[in-house]
Write a protein of this length. Structure first.
Ligand code: MN3
Length: 215
């Protein structure tokens, strides 16, 4: 939201926490309401708050010519800014079953998946295997290389957005494999979380992004 007090760094807007496009419990039983509430209200909010704090400090450091502090702030900006970017996509990547969650992709994206991976099932198996293999915290992505017009599966560590793996990469779907995304419900069984999340995957959103990048 654009308010006067939200303006800090050179008049640019600070971030604010976006609303979820569904209720917290709308993705059950795949993802519990308790996880969704904490993930959105605590984790995502912390990225927003800490990014804004870093921008304030950057504003001060830039205006006093404090290059050492400008450099020092880069990791906080990358981590918290990336957390906001990734979670903003993640909420849109999910949808309640009654709103099309889990419905397989159609049209050009479906054809591109078959062409690149053989089948939707093969893509899901590949993403689940790569997501399960992420050491520590990170993300597994389905993206499109907008120059080559090709689908790619890749992983990123911590809160690095997909674009850190290549400037032409645009995320279609990202799955958060941080423990905070599943632990309350699935404990240490990340593969079970990965298996069930496809029941609420929003392929309509992925198709919209794909159609925009590969018209
Ligand atoms: Mn998360």
């Amino acid at each position: 939201m654009a308010t006067a007090e939200s303006q800090g760094f050179r008049g640019l807007l600070k971030l604010s926490l976006p609303d979820l496009p569904y209720d917290y419990d709308a993705l059950e039983p795949a993802i519990s309401g308790e996880i969704m509430r904490l993930h959105h209200q605590k984790h995502h909010l912390a990225y927003v708050t800490n990014y804004n704090k870093a921008l304030d400090q950057l504003d001060d450091a830039v205006s006093t010519g404090d290059a050492a502090t400008v450099v020092k702030l880069q990791s906080a900006i990358k981590f918290n800014g990336g957390g906001h970017v990734n979670h903003t996509i993640f909420w849109k990547n999910l949808a309640p079953v009654k709103e099309g969650g889990g419905e397989p992709p159609k049209g050009p994206l479906s054809a591109a998946i078959d062409n690149e991976f053989g089948s939707l099932e093969a893509l899901i198996q590949k993403m689940n295997a790569e997501g399960a293999a992420v050491q520590g915290s990170g993300w597994v992505w389905l993206g499109v290389d907008k120059e080559l017009k090709r689908l790619v599966v890749d992983t990123t560590m911590n809160q690095d957005p997909l674009v850190t793996k290549g400037s032409n990469l645009v995320p279609l779907l990202g799955i958060d494999v941080w423990e905070h995304a599943y632990y309350l419900q699935y404990k240490n069984a990340r593969p079970d979380y990965l298996k069930n999340i496809w029941n609420v995957m929003n392929w309509r959103y992925a198709s919209q992004v794909y159609d925009k990048e590969c018209p």
